[in-house]
Design a binder for this molecule. Sequence first.
Ligand code: HEC
Ligand code: HEC
Length: 387
Amino acid sequence: MFKLDRKLVTAGMVSALALTFSVTTVSASEVGEYKSKSGAIDGGVIYPRENGQYTAYKYNEQSTKGVSFGRPATANEIKAWDIDALPDGSGLPEGEGSVELGDELYEAQCAVCHGEFGAGGSGYPQLAGGNMDKDENGVIITLKNQRVYGSTDAPKRTVGTYWPVATTLFTYIRDAMPYAHPKSLSNDEVYAITAYILAQNDIEIDGEEMDDDYVLNKEKLSKVALPNRNGFYPNIDGPKGQENIRAFFADRAKNIGAGTRCMKDCKDPGGQDGKTPPAVMRIKYEMSDVTPPYAYDKSLPAKKKDENAHPGKEAYQANCVLCHKTDAMGAPAVGDKAAWELVMKKGLDKVYHNTIHGINGMPPKGGTSLADDKIKAIVDYMIEASK
Ligand code: HEC
Ligand code: HEC
């Protein structure tokens, strides 16, 4: 909220100033005076630049002589970092993959965390569903609307409801997923999984539904228009931003207020008796396209203590579950009877020892600094829960 408001004021200030400057050149005697000019928004400051010109930003007059900024990056160095893809698809690699293949890959490598069909669960981000309801104009209700539609399951941040651009989905998966082995997928595989996730979100490309045989590639991915693509812009941004700002400032009295500016003794603005109008200028405008959240309370409900829980259970969930929930990372999955029978063949003492000192992919104490006793209690719990 605050951010948007500020952005509105700043953007408005800049354009108001721009209008002023196109016609005003400040006289030389005023250069160096940092004061509010007529036309600047209340409290707005403008800065001298050069040749009697003023700008909204402070002009850095310090000399950079003698300061070493290193050397320019070489073309190859830039290339190594410049791997993102822009919304128009430039920067995407060649390759292709079908929804069907994506389905298989997703099941094998992503579903453990992100749930079947991207439905989420176990605390990892949900990738599909969430809120695909449409409003009276047939437009998908996205997160922009916050919690105003009480009867729906909104808002959940999924690719379909929240993400503005699909090329980011490709690069995000390519660079960061699967969580434990980022960058292990080929470009073809990433295209396939991206296709699968888009299909799960009922995205159509060029009016075509993405069925199992649908093959996604660079060209098609660039054409995806996600439902929430315009949801990130308040009215002053986006394609009509400039027009909206002009309209906003054209009606200053309504949107900003037309009182007299108060510079001293402003504490008593009048109006407190309910009769005299306040002497202080008020900002009247409120952003019409932002719906405030229903509640600001951020505290979570108190946790219920499970009296009968195993003494190692809570610590297991806090420290070990990420790797031990499934065998995806080569760890014996808690609950997998056969796997733990195999582990226990080593004898309990050896297993304690391995857990505390680490073995192969198992970091010492699972990467924690818990006391040995605590670790042993967790191991007991894991064994108990795998019988
Ligand atoms: C071990 C669990 C795990 C696995 C397996 C995994 N992810 Fe993730 N994924 C995460 C976590 C944790 C995050 C949140 C990361 C963050 O916000 O920093 C995430 C975030 C994401 C996001 C961004 C979601 C959002 O809305 O912010 C996408 C997309 C994604 N994963 C796709 C995949 C795909 C595709 C695969 C399989 C190739 C995969 N993940 C496998 C744990 C996992
Ligand atoms: C980063 C992932 C990771 C975390 C976190 C992790 N483990 Fe492990 N753990 C593994 C892997 C991988 C193995 C299998 C090692 C092997 O035998 O190759 C393993 C094996 C084990 C074993 C069997 C050891 C044996 O002798 O075969 C126990 C017991 C164990 N972990 C307990 C824990 C406990 C307790 C925690 C939390 C405090 C924990 N782990 C956290 C990855 C992890």
